[in-house]
Design a protein around this ligand. Structure first.
Ligand SMILES: [Zn+2]
Length: 168
């Protein structure tokens, strides 16, 4: 009876030279194929369709009763691939989304600043001081303890977008 002899699997056999690892995404560095952070499509960290979802025109959110009389704008609906991407970014599974999330935050800040001129925001400015606070929704305790202050990073990106737009 013929038997196939299988070599024991050694993870070290898959090691690549360090300079080759540098070009791979975090998913590949763990030995896993890369998949889209939104829809799960293989061989890409973020497919064009999911990227477009984060780059769409912001829109006003109606019926956000908890916000009282505040105007609410959103970049995307928190459903489907967008929800998957946001959750992956928030919990650290998709740290590779940090740059695209920051770009989305800047995009939202620029968009907001285009429709809110400084003179409108500070119609009656206090003496010599103008301040605009971008306040992130607080992260949960577990996320704060892990140092994953993603809402704060997003707020920083929104602030940068506002500053860039008003500086032009
Ligand atoms: Zn996708």
């Amino acid at each position: 009876m013929a038997q196939h002899r299988h070599e024991p699997w050694h993870p070290t056999a898959l090691r690549l030279p360090l300079d080759l690892w540098a070009g791979f995404s975090p998913g590949l560095s763990l030995g896993l194929p890369t998949s889209c952070a939104g829809c799960g499509r293989w061989e890409t960290a973020l497919c064009p369709r999911c990227r477009e979802l984060l780059e769409a025109e912001p829109f006003a959110v109606e019926h956000a009763d908890a916000a009282g009389d505040l105007d609410i704008q959103a970049l995307a609906s928190y459903t489907g691939p967008v929800r998957t991407m946001v959750l992956g970014w928030k919990n650290g599974a998709r740290e590779d989304l940090s740059e695209v999330m920051a770009r989305s935050g800047r995009h939202l800040g620029r968009w907001w600043a285009q429709t809110h001129a400084p003179d409108e925001v500070w119609a009656d400015p206090p003496r010599g001081t103008r301040a605009l606070l971008v306040v992130p929704a607080p992260s949960g305790v577990a996320r704060r303890l892990r140092g994953r202050l993603v809402a704060a990073r997003l707020a920083d990106a929104v602030t940068r977008g506002i500053s860039e737009q008003w500086a032009e």
